[in-house]
Design a protein around this ligand. Structure first.
Ligand SMILES: [Zn+2]
Ligand SMILES: [Zn+2]
Length: 338
């Protein structure tokens, strides 16, 4: 049998065929091509070919060697393998689109052994498993025949030291990716034919690389659907006076013009300033939640001013603070009834 004869195709069995399937295929073909039964000129050559292929199946080590020597042909027919991997973006990157780099682990054929996983020596060398004695020691002093050298102790071939016998190296390669604007958590970006091929699949078609979007937690913004929510602290004095308040947006900042003394809930919408939509629909809103912040203390000269303000309010409670007026009335009635 020559090196290029594929024992699987000679016997007409698939790669994962069981020993029983291989045996049945062999018996059928051997019967078909036996020169005593088949008068064809090709019969003898075919019979030998079938027999040689079957001999390879009976010797697992030779079969493994044959498989290793044929990395391309072996796996050409296997379907491409897709790869799914997360891609983390900041909210700004996701909103505006960006370029990112992705590190992928590729398998490359070991140059030292050309993928065979073995190193051939000019002379016999001691077996690395049993150090040349042909037996290995187990617990409680039991020994058994070394299965690396089959008890012979010395080998002409050992595992390739550069790839630990696998025939492959792992190599990190960087891929540059353009991320379109508007992808949200869990959405996937498909890069056709960009998945690294697993070991032994170098000749095969590469699968697709899927990047699943993860959004980093943002220090200012929370995304709900396509609306971007933001809590903005403002001093209670500013809230009382009204005026301009700077608020952050995904692309920079904007200015809110507050009416004096706004009513709760202190929620402002900036239409279209939220997260963009990739399907051409309108972007979400930026929703600003203002939080009134009381100062931690009041200075002496401010106290007089605040006292004066409270006196003024007390003089016009029914109109300017009806709930406070109602409360004072309740307290008055309680005093009157006791
Ligand atoms: Zn050994
Ligand atoms: Zn190697």
């Amino acid at each position: 049998m020559t090196n290029c004869d594929d024992p699987f195709s000679v016997l007409g069995v698939h790669r994962e065929a069981s020993p029983e399937e291989v045996r049945r295929a062999y018996r059928r073909l051997a019967m078909q091509w036996h020169p005593d039964r088949n008068p064809s000129d090709r019969a003898e050559a075919e019979f030998k070919r079938v027999h040689a292929a079957y001999q390879l199946f009976l010797d697992p080590q030779r079969l493994a060697e044959w498989l290793q020597s044929q990395p391309n042909e072996t796996n050409d027919a296997s379907p491409p393998e897709d790869l799914l991997q997360p891609l983390t973006l900041t909210l700004e990157e996701a909103a505006q689109g960006c370029r990112k780099t992705v590190d992928l682990v590729h398998s490359v054929l070991c140059a030292s052994c050309v993928g065979g996983g073995k190193r051939r020596h000019d002379h016999l060398v001691p077996c690395p498993r049993c150090s040349g004695c042909g037996r290995v020691v187990h617990e409680r002093g039991r020994t058994s025949r070394c299965d690396v050298c089959a008890g012979r102790g010395y080998l002409r071939e050992t595992a390739c030291g550069d790839c630990a016998g696998s025939g492959w190296h792992q190599e990190m390669r960087t891929l540059s990716v353009t991320v379109p604007p508007g992808l949200v958590e869990g959405e996937r970006l498909r890069l056709a034919g960009q998945a690294p091929r697993p070991p032994g699949h170098q000749g095969a078609k590469a699968g697709d690389l899927f990047l699943e979007i993860r959004l980093e937690r943002h220090p200012l913004f929370v995304l709900r659907e396509r609306d971007v929510h933001c809590e903005v602290p403002v001093s209670v004095f500013r809230l009382l006076c009204g005026g301009r308040v700077e608020v952050p947006t995904l692309s920079g900042s904007a200015v809110l013009d507050l009416d004096p003394c706004p009513r709760p809930p202190l929620e402002y919408r900036l239409p279209g300033q939220g997260f963009p939509d990739q399907r051409g629909r309108a972007a979400g809103d930026l929703v600003v939640h203002l939080q009134g912040i009381f100062p931690l203390g009041v200075e002496t000269e401010e106290t007089a001013l605040l006292e004066w303000l409270d006196q003024r309010l007390a003089g016009d409670l029914d109109r300017r603070a009806p709930s406070l007026a109602a409360w004072k009335e309740k307290m008055r009635q309680r005093r009157a009834s006791s």
